[in-house]
Design a protein around this ligand. Structure first.
Ligand code: AMP
Length: 424
């Protein structure tokens, strides 16, 4: 299918050509006609599927049809998204796709002074992209009114829940006009999210591009059982593999992220951290350095990493196992994008065994266990007790030579593939 067949107007088609987009992605193919027909939409899709364009393009077309460019006094579209990184990326998408239209948009998020955001709002905007906390803050101060919103987009609803924003979201929804179009996106559909969708959508059309909680199939996964105190050395060991050109390392906490960066620097590996305690500028700079190859490792907390779109990211390393199993799916989905191959490794210690079991249950996958690495768990009995019976084991030599091939080549993909199907 081509964008032409989606009945898009010339200014949008031209912008898509400028962006170099040849064909719509599956979510775009399915969602654009629904949004243009002004229906509510329930979209089950992750970042990386092209979902931003799937809502931004038809929204721009609807606004254009409604002559929105003539008056910029009222906010007509609200996009609510959980993180500032996502908010910025969505803002950039509206700017790119709307380059040949005269729509105005602005982005508001916390962690930075509000002055510039307030000024932009006062100049008048058609499309507002916001994170929930700052939005409510500016609403309370009287800078934002939602009474003229005709289209509401809730982006990454499941992440809003994980991050504890769900009550803020509900509060925002109560301020929206009843007569509106709502587009609801979530990578996974846990019961609470389904309930929220039921309350805010009216006869929605449903679109799903990846089944809920399915681990990206192109990502080769493995797990290392290791004692907590040895994770630092294990990371250094793993990073001796030069095939790891870009690695995104996840920790649970901001403090943990800083510590990993310090340890890596001591070991001579260029690394930076991004998390909520860093200024917006520092985060953008670290991400830029990573994308440009100036640093090899980016260490991130889940919240900060959400929505990071790095082409050709080769490795995701779960230095700590996430407590929420869906987070694992989000994390490893950072690699293996757009048909590229990706590798995800997880370091699981004794205390994280239950979390790891929950991940295996959620993904329904047998994730191969790496044995023969130099930092095995001292009490190996714990691994036996905690693993499902049909565990799959990959033996690796201790030496780094010979480790490389098995770790990053296609050979390992083939070897792992038998475990990639559903276990039950
Ligand atoms: P998203 O899922 O919205 O975060 O988009 C992921 C990436 O895909 C972004 O870098 C977009 O610029 C890119 N993208 C979106 N739609 C297309 C398309 N139809 N063709 C090529 N790239 C696209």
């Amino acid at each position: 299918m081509t964008f032409n067949e989606l009945n898009l107007i010339a200014p949008l088609l031209q912008a898509l050509e400028t962006e170099g987009y040849k064909n719509p992605t599956p979510i775009q193919e399915q969602a654009i006609p629904i949004v243009l027909a002004q229906k509510d939409l329930l979209g089950c899709a992750q970042t990386g599927t092209g979902k931003t364009a799937a809502f931004a393009i038809p929204i721009l077309q609807l606004l254009h049809a409604g002559h929105a460019e003539r008056v910029h006094k009222h906010i007509k579209v609200l996009v609510l998204t959980p993180t500032r990184e996502l908010a910025i990326q969505i803002g950039e998408s509206f700017a790119a796709y709307g380059r040949n239209l005269r729509m105005k948009h602005t982005v508001v998020f916390g962690g930075v002074p509000q002055g510039a955001q307030v000024q932009a709002l006062q100049r008048g905007v058609d499309i507002l992209i916001a994170t929930p906390g700052r939005l409510l803050d500016l609403m309370n101060q009287g800078y934002i009114s939602l009474k003229d919103i005709s289209i509401f987009v809730l982006d990454e609803a499941d992440r809003m829940l994980d991050m504890g924003f769900i009550h803020d979201v509900k509060r925002v929804v109560t301020k929206l006009p009843h007569n509106r179009q709502t587009l609801f996106f979530s990578a996974t559909m846990p019961p609470e999210i389904q309930k929220l969708a039921n309350t805010i959508l009216v006869k929605p059309e449903q679109v799903a591009v990846t089944p809920p909680a399915t681990t990206a199939e192109l990502v080769t996964q493995s797990v290392y059982f290791v004692d907590k105190k040895d994770k630092r050395q294990l990371l250094n060991f793993v990073l001796q593999d030069k095939a790891i050109t870009m690695a995104l390392v996840f920790t649970r906490t901001k403090h943990g992220a800083d510590k990993v960066v310090k340890d890596l620097e001591k070991a001579g590996v260029k690394a930076e951290a991004i998390h909520g305690n860093k200024s917006q500028n520092a985060r953008q700079r670290a991400l830029g350095n990573f994308k440009e190859g100036k640093i090899r490792v980016l260490v991130a907390t889940d919240i900060a990493a959400r929505g990071i779109d790095v082409d050709l990211l080769s490795h995701v390393i779960n230095y700590e196992i996430p407590e929420v199993p869906e987070t694992y799916v989000h994390r490893i989905g950072r690699t293996g994008r757009a048909g590229a191959t990706g590798i995800a490794m997880s370091f699981c210690d004794d205390e994280e065994m239950q979390d790891w079991r929950n991940i295996l249950k959620l993904t329904g996958q047998k994730i191969p266990v790496v044995e023969g690495h130099p930092y095995p768990m001292a009490d190996s009995g714990k691994v036996q007790i905690n693993l499902p019976k049909n565990k799959e084991v990959v033996r690796r030599p201790n030496a780094v030579a010979g480790f490389n091939n098995a770790q990053s080549g296609n050979t390992s993909r083939r070897r792992f593939s038998s475990g990639a199907g559903r276990a039950r």
